[in-house]
Design a protein around this ligand. Sequence first.
Ligand code: FPP
Length: 248
Amino acid sequence: MKVPKFDGAVPQHVAIVMDGNGRWANARGLTRVEGHRAGEAALMDVIEGAIQAGVKYLTVFAFSTENWKRSPDEVKFLMNYNREVLRRRRDELDGWNVRIKWAGRRPKLWPTVIDELLIAEKQTAKNKGLTFTMCVNYGSRIEIVDAINQIVEDSKSGKLNGALTEKKMQKYLLTKDLPDVDLFIRSSGETRISNFLLWQSAYAEFVFLDVLWPDFSRKDLWAAIQQYSKRNRRFGGAVDKPKKAKGN
Ligand code: FPP
């Protein structure tokens, strides 16, 4: 499938909340986990579409620190599924020159899932194509709290000197090696951030698409990129351009 010509710049970093698996499944008389299963193909298609479009960083919300509240069966499925998808897709993604990264907290996360994430990171560490970050057991508020606690410790021990700056703070985040998010996409029609990449998305452009994640494809990604490419990003700056009054 050919990438369309975008009106303006392509975002360097795209973040996606892959929402709507449960609703997609229930609407078809299926269980929620069947929706997650269907979400895998959408994710692979979007990764390929991101590479084609020239996106450099793609970061997805695979499991949040709040998702532990779901039923034990769904949590168990998602843990197993994260591990299985990584194991099954690792070589394919490696073949696409994708560098796989994990962003998330260790507490509670299944050690076998952490192992699989680290294996995928190691195998693809030298790849120079798309950096694909899976946020597994990730939550932005706790990420910031963890960072502050570490900063306090490092200040006490003398490892961190002088006043804290935005740049130094960035080094304490789970996404320390990633640039800021340019384009933040959420599928399923919901218009929430849900504790995803709060610090990193300070100046992101938001696109909310009314498509449930299993129905999402690279075409939807490109439609979001097209919206992005037409936006005027000012990062707090402004240009005075008064319209000429009629009759002058
Ligand atoms: C949100 O939909 C989706 C998740 C919490 C899980 C994301 C998993 C996938 C997209 C499957 C791909 C596989 C991996 C391992 C990355 P939801 O369950 O909140 O849907 P709902 O809002 O309709 O209930």
